[in-house]
Design a protein around this ligand. Structure first.
Ligand code: PGA
Length: 242
């Protein structure tokens, strides 16, 4: 794992954008698998601006996503809605293809098979990840075996609380499950970029970088992988000893 230390959230967003730009410029028909949440919001702002200013051309590029909540397509927390409101509805130039997981399917097993087929047909050049305060990546929560493949995951209580806070939900409105790529599909990407910012993530970063590789900290799976880039800001790296 390569570690890039940056000053703050804005620098983390910009650095990630630069890697995406280089990738798309050298291979316009790239496939990028995105994530949602507070972490990539700044990245999406930069992407929208740079796409609309024609600094980056995504007309040959395919976009996928890491996961999707089980719930209505237009729920305030859905990945579908986030991606449209923060990205797809704001860009003036359309990508070649967009593939989202359907969290509103009445047959989850079938949906998993459908998306697996899309993953198979679209080898990913980049997988963007955020980090949970409990060390999760995607919805691979602590305890998930490292050979997980795209599956229906139950959220940890801490993850449900974060979702409630982020989307201003009541407890009964909060989603408790997600269809998520497993460790297997995450690490298949040519480059896996883990973006981390803020003091709330500092303990998870310490476990990920300096702790044992253990299912107790799902992100520690990435520690010994050569295709992983951790982009971490000063606050999030503040507990690292080395
Ligand atoms: P956040 O979530 O970006 O909203 O902090 C990260 C995650 O849980 O993966």
């Amino acid at each position: 794992m390569e570690i890039i230390f940056v000053k703050d959230y804005d620098e983390m967003s910009l650095k990630t954008f630069e890697i995406i730009k280089e990738t798309v410029q050298s291979k316009p028909q790239s496939t990028l698998s995105m994530t949602t949440g507070g972490t990539p919001q700044g990245l999406f702002e930069i992407l929208v601006k740079k796409i609309n200013e024609k600094e980056i051309d995504i007309s040959q590029t395919t976009f996928l996503n890491l996961d999707e909540y089980i719930g209505p397509k237009n729920a305030p927390y859905s990945v579908y809605r986030y991606m449209h409101e923060n990205f797809y509805d704001l860009i003036n130039f359309k990508p070649k293809e967009i593939h989202l997981i359907n969290g509103d399917s009445n047959n989850v097993d079938k949906e998993i098979i459908r998306y697996s087929e899309i993953l198979r047909r679209n080898p990913r050049d980049i997988q963007i990840l955020g980090l949970g305060t409990n060390g999760h990546i995607g919805a691979n929560e602590p305890g998930t075996p490292f050979d997980s493949e795209i599956f229906l995951a139950n959220h940890d209580d801490s993850t449900i609380k974060s979702t409630i806070k982020q989307y201003d939900l009541t407890e009964s409105e909060a989603p408790t499950q997600m269809i998520t790529l497993g460790f297997k599909e995450i690490i298949e990407a040519t480059k896996v970029i883990l973006m981390v910012s803020g003091t709330s993530k500092a303990k998870a970063v310490k476990d990920l970088v300096e702790g044992p590789i253990s299912v107790k900290c799902p992100a520690s799976f990435l520690q010994d992988k050569d295709n992983v880039i951790l982009i971490v800001d000063q606050e999030a790296s503040s507990l690292l000893s080395k």
